[in-house]
Design a protein around this ligand. Structure first.
Ligand code: UDP
Length: 480
C-alpha cells in the first residue's frame, strides 16, 4: 500500500456534461487516479470566462455537497468555467494525509490547466481538508476560497481552537466544564469533534493549525443560513485577528429532478404507506454499526410498532461507526446480518434495503414522518428542507456537535442515550421512534422543523440572505 501511495497517480481528464447522474457515474472509478472533472457549459468556447477550480477531499458526503455547490454557482452564472479536482488514493485512513500526498499532483493539474487552457484558473475552492492547497493557489496567483460543508457552530469551534487549547489542561472528554463560545450553545468536551478528543494526536495538531491556515483564505462559504444560526454568524465576524469574509450560502442540498420512470422500489413501497407514518433510518454514506448494535436497532424498530424504511450496511466490528476507509472483509449481503425472523415479522410494516437509498427523494416523500440520522450535515439539511424532524444518533467526526445543535438549540431532534458500553438499547430506540412519529413532543419538533424549512426556502429566494451572499461573491468573481 505504501508503494501505491508514493507512486504518482495517473491523470485522467473526464469531460462531463452537467447532471448529477453523469457525475456520479464518472466518479465510479478505480480509486487510484487523479481525476480532473471538467464540466463545460454551452458557452464554453465563445466567451472569456472566470475559471474556478474546486478541490475536493475524499468522502462521499463532501463530494456530493461540492457538486451541488458547483451546480448552484452555475445556476447563478452559467458563464463560469468550473473544474472539480479530486485527488484520490487507495484506501486512505487520513483524508488530510491523502491531501498532503496529492499536493504535487494537484500542482501539476493546476499548471496543466493553466497551460493547456485559454482560461487560466482564477479561483480555487477547497473543502475542509483543502487548506494544504492554499499556498499552492497563491503560487499560481489564484485566489483561494473554502466551501465549508458543515455549519457555523463547527466553524466557530475551529476558529476558537487556539484559544480553547490554552484554557484547558486535561483532555476535553474528561472535562465537565462547558465550553462557551460566542453565539453558540455551550458544548461539553465529550461532544466536540473527534479530532479534538486526544490532545496528543496528529489530528489535534492539524485542528490547532486551522486558524492560521484559514487566515490565508479570501473567503469561506458555509453550508448553513442566517435563519438557522444568526447569532453564530454574527459572532464569527468578531473573532479577534480573523478578517476573512464568511458567507452563509446554504442550504445547498441535492435537488435533482425526480424521475417517474424506473422509480426505485423503496419509493413505490413508500407510496403505499400513510402520510407522515414512516421512520427513515440511515447513517449517511459511511456510517456502520457493530453486529450487537445492529441487533438492538432491529429489535427496537420492531418494538416501536412504527413503519420504517431502513438502509442497512454490513456491520463493522473493527472500525466501529465509520466505514469510510475500511475494507469490507466480508462479501456477505447486509440483510444476512439481521436477527432471525426479523424480515418476516416486520413484513408490510418495514422495508430494509441494503447499502444505499435515494435519500433526497425518500425525505421528500409524504409518507416519511421522521428521520433517524447519524447527523451528517448534508443529511440534516436534506431533512430540514423537507421539514422532517429527527432522532439524532451521532457516530463520528463533528456529528456529536451537530446533535447538540439540533437537540438543545434548534429543538428539532431527540437524541439517543447510550448505555455504559456505548450501545443504544432497543427500548430506547422503540421509545424515541414512537415518540417522534406518534407523540405530541414529536409534533412539536415537526412544527419547529417546518419553521426552518420555510426559513431555508426564504434564504434561497432572490431577497434571501444566502442568495445575496452568493451574489456578492459571484459578482466579484465575474471580474476575475
Ligand atoms: N446518501 C444517499 N443515500 C444513502 C446514504 C447517503 O443519497 O443511502 C447521501 C445523503 O443524501 C447525503 C450524503 O450521502 O447527501 C451523506 O452526507 P452526510 O453529510 O449526511 O454524511 P456523511 O456521509 O458525510 O457522513
Amino acid at each position: 500500500m505504501e508503494e501505491s501511495i508514493q507512486k504518482a497517480p495517473t491523470h485522467i481528464a473526464i469531460l462531463s456534461s452537467i447532471g448529477m447522474g453523469h457525475l456520479i457515474r464518472h466518479l465510479d472509478f478505480q480509486p487510484k487516479f487523479l481525476i480532473t472533472l471538467i464540466i463545460p457549459t454551452d458557452e464554453y468556447i465563445q466567451k472569456p470566462r472566470t475559471h474556478i477550480a474546486i478541490l475536493s477531499s475524499l468522502g462521499m458526503g463532501h463530494l456530493i455537497s461540492l457538486i451541488q455547490f458547483s451546480k448552484r454557482l452555475l445556476d447563478f452564472q452559467p458563464n463560469f468555467l468550473i473544474t472539480l479536482i479530486i485527488p484520490t488514493d487507495e484506501i486512505v485512513v487520513q483524508i488530510h494525509d491523502n491531501m498532503m500526498r496529492s499536493l504535487p499532483a494537484v500542482r501539476d493539474t493546476l499548471r496543466l490547466l493553466n497551460q493547456s487552457n485559454s482560461h487560466p484558473v482564477s479561483i480555487l475552492v477547497v473543502d475542509l481538508f483543502g487548506p494544504p492547497a492554499i499556498d499552492l493557489a497563491r503560487e499560481f496567483n489564484i485566489s483561494p476560497y473554502m466551501f465549508f460543508s458543515t455549519n457555523g457552530m463547527f466553524l466557530s469551534l475551529v476558529l476558537h481552537m487556539p484559544k480553547i487549547d490554552k484554557m484547558f489542561t486535561c483532555d476535553f472528554r474528561d472535562s465537565f466544564e462547558p465550553i462557551k463560545l460566542p453565539g453558540i450553545i455551550p458544548l461539553y468536551g465529550k461532544d466536540l469533534v473527534d479530532s479534538a478528543q486526544d490532545r496528543k494526536s496528529e489530528a489535534y495538531k492539524i485542528l490547532l493549525q486551522t486558524f492560521d491556515e484559514y487566515k490565508a483564505l479570501d473567503g469561506i462559504f458555509v453550508n448553513s443560513f442566517m435563519g438557522l444560526e444568526s447569532s453564530a454568524f454574527r459572532a464569527l465576524k468578531e473573532i479577534e485577528g480573523f478578517k476573512v469574509p464568511i458567507y452563509p450560502i446554504g442550504p445547498i442540498t441535492q435537488y435533482d429532478k425526480k424521475t417517474e420512470i424506473n422509480r426505485p422500489d423503496c419509493l413505490k413501497w413508500l407510496d403505499e404507506q400513510p402520510f407522515g407514518s414512516t421512520l427513515f433510518v440511515s447513517f449517511g454514506s459511511g456510517g456502520t454499526l457493530s453486529q450487537e448494535q445492529l441487533n438492538e436497532l432491529a429489535f427496537g424498530l420492531e418494538l416501536s410498532g412504527q413503519r420504517f424504511l431502513w438502509v442497512i450496511r454490513t456491520p463493522n466490528e473493527k472500525i466501529r461507526n465509520a466505514a469510510f476507509f475500511s475494507v469490507q472483509t466480508t462479501k456477505r449481503y447486509p440483510l444476512e446480518f439481521l436477527p432471525k425472523g426479523f424480515l418476516e415479522r416486520t413484513k408490510g410494516k418495514g422495508l430494509v434495503i441494503p447499502s444505499w437509498a435515494p435519500q433526497n427523494e425518500v425525505l421528500n416523500h409524504g409518507s416519511i414522518g421522521g428521520f433517524l440520522t447519524h447527523c451528517g450535515w448534508n443529511s440534516v439539511l436534506e431533512s430540514m428542507v423537507n421539514g422532517i424532524p429527527l432522532i439524532a444518533w451521532p457516530l463520528y467526526a463533528e456529528q456529536k456537535m451537530n446533535s447538540v445543535l439540533l437537540t438543545d438549540d434548534l429543538k428539532v431532534a431527540f437524541r439517543v442515550n447510550m448505555n455504559e458500553d456505548g450501545i443504544v438499547e432497543r427500548e430506547e430506540i422503540a421509545k424515541l421512534g414512537k415518540k417522534l412519529i406518534e407523540g405530541e413532543e414529536g409534533e412539536e419538533l415537526r412544527k419547529k422543523m417546518k419553521y426552518f424549512k420555510d426559513s431555508a426556502a426564504e434564504a434561497l429566494t432572490e431577497n434571501g440572505s444566502s442568495f445575496k451572499s452568493l451574489v456578492e461573491v459571484a459578482s466579484k468573481w465575474i471580474n476575475c
